[in-house]
Ligand binder design. Structure first.
Ligand SMILES: Nc1ncnc2c1ncn2[C@@H]1O[C@H](COP(=O)(O)OP(=O)(O)O)[C@@H](O)[C@H]1O
Ligand SMILES: CC(=O)N[C@@H](CCC(=O)OP(=O)(O)O)C(=O)O
Length: 290
């Protein structure tokens, strides 16, 4: 009976979301743990099977770190962005496109899906320029920081995604962008996902990460914030509530909402089936930015 109740509880949500577009930023712990990985793939397939149009943008920061270490390199990060020299760019592309994208596609397909791997350079999906960065130093003076091949997205052309969705494929996208200068750029995966969610006016944009959601105090899980109106974000940013990798997540969430995305949800990818729990049960999980 419990099992039947769960299905019945899901019914209105399935009816509501069938035909809608859901962009999922897949990153954090759920990408590293094999068992969780399989659960994410099954969730994506279930969404697809009930008529939802899932679009997956994946990260891979930890895997890039591992590969860089093997060649004796270490990265520095500025506001959550990896300073990317030429060699780091090559390694990031190898890991993201060559390894992770291929793994996700083959896993989804082995479970019966029809996934297609892309990166932001394909069909000019994401076109970027070198990202400028200014930071105040300890004396309070503003300094220019050279982030190398980190891209700032200038144009997004989501036609390749909608074509694939219309034909029943599940697009799996690596966060690279091409430049009009012929260079490849490294784009933070949250930013890439948010830009894509905005351009598709996705009904929902889910970010899977390795925390329960946004906490007022990062060391206190009890301080989880369930809902953040986007108007509150600038003040919270100034207050310093968002740190490190959370900064691009919140920035891209606001950006996606301003472009027409319905709601953004920051979810705990360590929780099995977080995607299904968010979409198909009463009372969501994590933090909603609206
Ligand atoms: N206010 C906050 N609430 C929760 N996590 C935060 C907050 N500020 C910063 N973080 C950090 O953001 C991290 C998630 O970003 P990131 O490491 O880039 O994740 P991912 O690899 O999933 O993209 C968390 O592990 C946490 O350490
Ligand atoms: C510019 C920049 O920082 N790019 C990221 C791209 C991958 C990513 O964002 O992965 P996660 O979502 O797992 O952090 C990087 O090089 O790590």
């Amino acid at each position: 009976m419990d099992k039947a109740n769960i299905l019945i509880e899901a019914l209105p949500y399935i009816q509501k979301f069938s035909g809608s577009t859901v962009v999922i930023k897949y990153g954090g712990h759920a990408m590293i743990d094999q068992e969780l990985k399989e659960k994410v793939m099954l969730d994506i397939l279930l969404l697809h099977t009930v008529g939802i149009r899932p679009v997956i943008v994946h990260g891979g920061g930890p895997e890039i770190n591992t590969m860089l270490k093997r060649v004796g390199k270490e990265s520095t990060f500025v506001r959550g962005l990896r300073v990317t020299d030429k060699e780091t760019m090559e390694i990031a592309a190898m890991v993201l496109v060559g390894k992770l994208n291929t793994e996700i596609v083959s896993m989804l397909n082995s479970f019966g899906g029809k996934a297609v791997g892309l990166n932001g350079q394909d069909a000019k999906l994401l076109v970027a320029e070198k990202k400028p960065m200014q930071l105040a130093n300890e004396q309070g003076l503003v300094e220019e920081i050279d982030l190398g091949y980190v891209g700032e997205i200038k144009r997004v052309t989501p036609g390749i995604i909608t074509s694939l969705l219309d034909q029943g494929y599940i697009p799996i996208i690596s966060p690279l962008a091409g430049g009009d200068d012929g260079e490849s750029y490294n784009v933070n995966a949250d930013t890439a996902a948010g830009t894509i969610a905005g351009s598709l006016k996705a009904d929902k944009f889910l970010l899977l990460t390795d925390v329960k959601g946004i906490m007022k105090d990062i060391n206190d899980p009890e301080s989880l914030i369930s809902v953040i109106p986007k108007e509150d974000v600038p003040a919270m940013m100034t207050e310093g509530i968002f740190k490190g990798g959370m900064i691009p997540k919140v920035e891209c969430a606001v950006n996606a909402l301003e472009q027409g995305t319905g709601t953004v949800h920051i979810l705990d990818g360590r929780q099995p089936h977080a995607i299904l729990l968010e979409l198909f049960t009463d009372g969501g999980i994590g933090t909603m930015i609206k």
